[in-house]
Design a protein around this ligand. Structure first.
Ligand code: SF4
Length: 418
């Protein structure tokens, strides 16, 4: 995680209405050179300033599209990404060099992305190859990384013939890898899925893989503690079609199978029917008990299309669920969190109005601790991916984008919904 210096007190002491007004003033001063992107998991206070909202890849693609549309007379210079670090990296990689991508708080990282470090990945790659070769294996390992990973991991995957995936297109990307990726498939091929074991496992199940036998987990913490193959046995590594990195989302892991049981029990008591809808970053036991699972965009679309009178229990980040619940209520659609736990992304939560105003004050050349003195415009908190990393990471992103022909969020397991 990067370190974010404290803001001057003048920012943290401002009242919410004053912050919102000041952000509006700065936006108008900076004009069309600026676009503000807001991830779905942001608070309402931040989302109200966003020009576009969406999931991480959609927002990066929007930034890339806007940069392309603009003319030299009306350029896009600044993208303020109200999300987390890996998202800002993706936006930087997909936009031209002239566009500065800014993360309002540098400490807004992603615990899942941090679970896959470059050195650990190289160590895993070498030791898994060695373990397999000792057993007479002559195949290839095709790496896949969820976009919720650092640019360095995306670059590793790109360099080794693999692809990125999102929660919307993970099945297509896994199928591509099972067909041999850009090469010819052999029975010896293996997949290394980084960094979210749950998305990897849930996707493998949908592709008909018996994950009890044909998957294993590589835990880099165990590898660092001296356990070979990250805690897996050589036989498990050999039998595994999909080797899952031991990463997870600290938000979605809070949903437990018993939360689904509680919803079912409440329905039985009250004679209601609640559809359980979860994100595939939840563990397999939760996804198995849910009626539907799919990406953030799929969840939003499903609730928007829900029939009046229907009831939903949704297993994803709190701010998003509260927002879609408010939007759905006037249509008579009842939406609640799957559990009462505080399932919020604490790193995303670091992005707030004071930090947003601080970066805009700097861009407008009005930063002096809000005393009002004019100065030179400054870009603060710019996220810049080194050229070599960018080149290789783009290989992985491009392979995914070439495959992603289907619209977002297609992982439905249930034909009808009450
Ligand atoms: S919700 Fe989970 S995966 Fe998404 S940014 Fe937060 S910690 Fe990372």
């Amino acid at each position: 995680m990067l370190w974010q210096p404290s803001l001057p007190d003048a920012y943290t002491r401002m009242a919410p209405d004053d912050l919102a007004r000041a952000i509006g003033v700065r936006r108008r001063e900076i004009g069309e050179k600026l676009v503000i992107l807001g991830h779905h998991y942001q608070t309402d206070e931040v989302i109200r300033h966003a020009d576009h909202t969406g999931d991480s890849l959609k927002l990066s693609q929007i930034a890339a599209g806007l940069a392309k549309e603009r003319t030299p007379a009306n350029p896009l210079n600044y993208v303020v990404f109200c999300g987390v670090h890996f998202m800002a990296e993706s936006a930087d990689m997909l936009t031209p060099d002239e566009v500065a991508v800014i993360l309002p708080d540098l400490s807004a990282g992603c615990s899942m992305a941090d679970m896959a470090q470059y050195d650990d990945t190289v160590e895993a790659w070498d030791s898994i190859h060695a373990a397999l070769r000792e057993q007479g294996w002559r195949g290839r390992i095709i790496p896949i990384t969820y976009v919720n990973s650092s640019a360095a991991i995306k670059a590793f995957v790109g360099e080794h013939g693999g692809a990125c995936c999102t929660s919307s297109n993970a099945r297509e990307v896994l199928r591509w890898a099972l067909r041999g990726g850009d090469g010819k498939a052999t029975d010896d091929d293996r997949i290394l899925f980084l960094p979210d074991q749950h998305l990897g496992r849930n996707t493998a199940v949908k592709e008909g893989i018996d994950v009890a036998i044909h998957s294993c987990v590589y835990d880099p913490r165990l590898a660092r503690a001296g356990e070979s193959f990250g805690g897996a046995t050589p036989e498990q590594v050999f039998a595994a079609k999909v080797i899952l990195w031991a990463g997870h989302c600290s938000v979605h892991k809070l949903f437990r199978p018993e939360h689904c049981d509680q919803v079912r029990a409440q329905d039985a008591r009250e004679g209601t029917r609640t559809t359980i809808l979860v994100h595939p970053e939840c563990c397999k036991e939760v996804v198995d008990k849910a009626d539907l699972d799919g990406s953030t965009e799929f969840i939003i679309r499903t609730i928007r299309e829900a029939a009046p009178g229907s009831r939903w229990a949704v297993g994803t980040e709190t701010h998003l669920v509260n927002r879609i619940a408010r939007e759905a209520a006037p249509r008579g659609v009842h939406v609640r969190m799957l559990s009462d736990c505080q399932c919020l992304c604490t790193t995303m939560y670091r992005i707030d109005e004071p930090h947003l105003l601080w970066v805009l004050d700097n861009l407008a050349g009005k930063f002096d601790g809000r005393g009002g003195r004019e100065g030179r415009p400054r870009i603060v908190n710019q996220i810049k991916v080194p050229p070599k990393v960018r080149e290789q990471a783009l290989l992985a992103l491009d392979r995914m984008l070439t495959l992603a022909t289907r619209p977002a969020g297609v992982e439905m397991r249930m034909a009808t919904v009450d």
